[in-house]
Every structure is written in C-alpha cells, then in structure tokens.
Design a protein around this ligand. Structure first.
Ligand SMILES: Nc1ncnc2c1ncn2[C@@H]1O[C@H](COP(=O)(O)OP(=O)(O)OP(=O)(O)O)[C@@H](O)[C@H]1O
Ligand SMILES: [Mg+2]
Length: 228
C-alpha cells in the first residue's frame, strides 16, 4: 500500500505459527522505535479458548488499534472465512478490507498483516487470501513447520505466491527445535535451495514474556535486501 512499508505473513496452512511470527516481526519493528500497525482480514474461531490473533498482534506491536481496526471481520466458528461469513449471513467485501488496511497503515511507520490459513483460502467465494496479499503488495513471509512434509508444502506455497506476482521476504520454519534432527536440518537447506528463498527459523517461545522474545531481524535489515 502506498507509503507505509509492510509485510504480509502467510503460511503453508492453519496453526503453523503465523500469528506468533507476525507478533515477533511487529515487536522487532516496534523495538526499533517504529509505530507499528497490525492487520488481519478476518478472524474466525472466536468461540475457542485462548488469546485471539488480533489481541496477540496488538500486544506484541504496542499498537492502540481497536479490534475492528485490526480485524474488520470476526466470527465465532472456527471455519474458513468465506463460510464463517456466510453462516453469519454476510459476505466479506474486498474493498472494505483494502480500505481498512490502508487506514491502519496510514497511522503507522510499518504494518504487519497476517493472512488466514494459507494463500488459497477464500475470504469470499471470489476473493482469496492471495488476492488480498497481491492487492496490498507487501513482501510475503511464509511460515512453515520444520518437520517431515514441509518441503512439499513450502514449495507449493512459494510457487503459488510467485504465480500471483508476490515478492518473497522469507520462509520461517517454526518452532525450530533446540536440537534439530537430520530431517529438519535438511528441510532448511532444501527449501532454501529448491525454493530459492531465504529461510529463517524461530524457536519455541514463552509467549507470555515478550521480554524473552528474540528479534526477527530479517524484517529490518538496512541493506538493499531488507524488506522494511
Ligand atoms: N515459536 C512458538 N513458540 C511458542 N508457541 C508457538 C510458537 N509457534 C506457534 N506456537 C503456538 O502454536 C499455536 C499455533 O500458532 P499460531 O496461532 O501462531 O498459528 P497460526 O498459523 O496463526 O494459526 P491460525 O491459522 O489459526 O491463524 C498457538 O497455540 C501458538 O501459541
Ligand atoms: Mg493466526
């Protein structure tokens, strides 16, 4: 989106750690002294226990955005957003999402957006997460698990991203074990080689203690490759 730099955090699927990685990126940027906005086009599964994605993103970024400013569409059932909206008698409107993301970015030095599920998840019957990422135009961070199966999932996601013209900032393997196995170490190298993308790792964290979170420095490198 014009002006404010940003990152779009997607993943190989649901529950891979997109919110955690987006939160780490937001906190890293905030610790650099930036005013950071966070955004997520739709949050589903509000009926489930635990901190919501928008609440963790707000806590990590230090932003004072309200729930609707972070996530314009929020639904109780843990379903794909197109279905959760339909069950509520609604349809998610792409233009409302673009305007809300633009408004969030306008008041910040940087914005971190989290997708929903993976890139081909429908926000509405005709508008995918990938379409929204392309509309925003921010470099993509792809979160993936470190273990068996991740080469295929990550390469498919990279191919899908590039087919839509998305720029790749990095793949993040999460949570990266203290003592990675041979498979995990090979996954890291193979994804970097075959995927032709930088691969970063994030260890298991105590999410209740932000002071212990390691910075994800790749988002604020000041060299020519730094996305922000
Ligand atoms: N590095 C980590 N350290 C500690 N806990 C983690 C880490 N990564 C993920 N988790 C935990 O794993 C679960 C899934 O992570 P997260 O909510 O970030 O996934 P997600 O991809 O955002 O899921 P969704 O598709 O529902 O948005 C959460 O309970 C989160 O706290
Ligand atoms: Mg999430």
């Amino acid at each position: 989106m014009e002006g404010t730099p940003g990152l779009f955090v997607s993943g190989t699927g649901t529950e891979v750690g997109k919110t955690v990685v987006a939160a780490m990126l937001a906190r890293t940027l905030a610790e650099e002294g930036k005013r950071v906005a966070v955004f997520k086009p739709a949050v589903t599964g509000l009926e489930e226990e635990g901190e919501t994605d928008h609440a963790l993103l707000r806590r990590a970024s230090g932003s004072s955005q309200g729930d609707t400013e972070i996530a314009p569409y929020r639904y109780q059932p843990p379903a794909s957003p197109h279905l959760a909206a339909a069950l509520a008698g609604e349809e998610i409107e792409p233009e409302r999402l673009r305007q809300a993301a633009r408004a969030a970015a306008a008041n910040a030095d940087a914005i971190v957006c989290e997708g929903v599920g993976g890139l081909l998840v429908p926000l509405s019957p005709t508008y995918l997460v990938r379409d929204f990422a392309a509309d925003l135009g921010y470099p993509l961070v792809i979160v993936a698990s470190p273990g068996l199966g991740t080469i295929n999932h990550t390469l498919l996601t990279l191919e899908s991203a590039r087919a839509a013209g998305l720029e790749i900032a990095a793949v993040v393997l999460n949570p990266w074990p203290e003592q990675p196995s041979e498979i995990e170490r090979d996954n890291r190298e193979t994804v970097a080689e075959l995927g032709e993308a930088p691969v970063e790792v994030l260890p298991q964290l105590d999410l209740s203690r932000p002071g212990t979170w390691p910075p994800l420095q790749f988002c604020c490198r000041r060299d020519e490759n730094g996305p922000i």
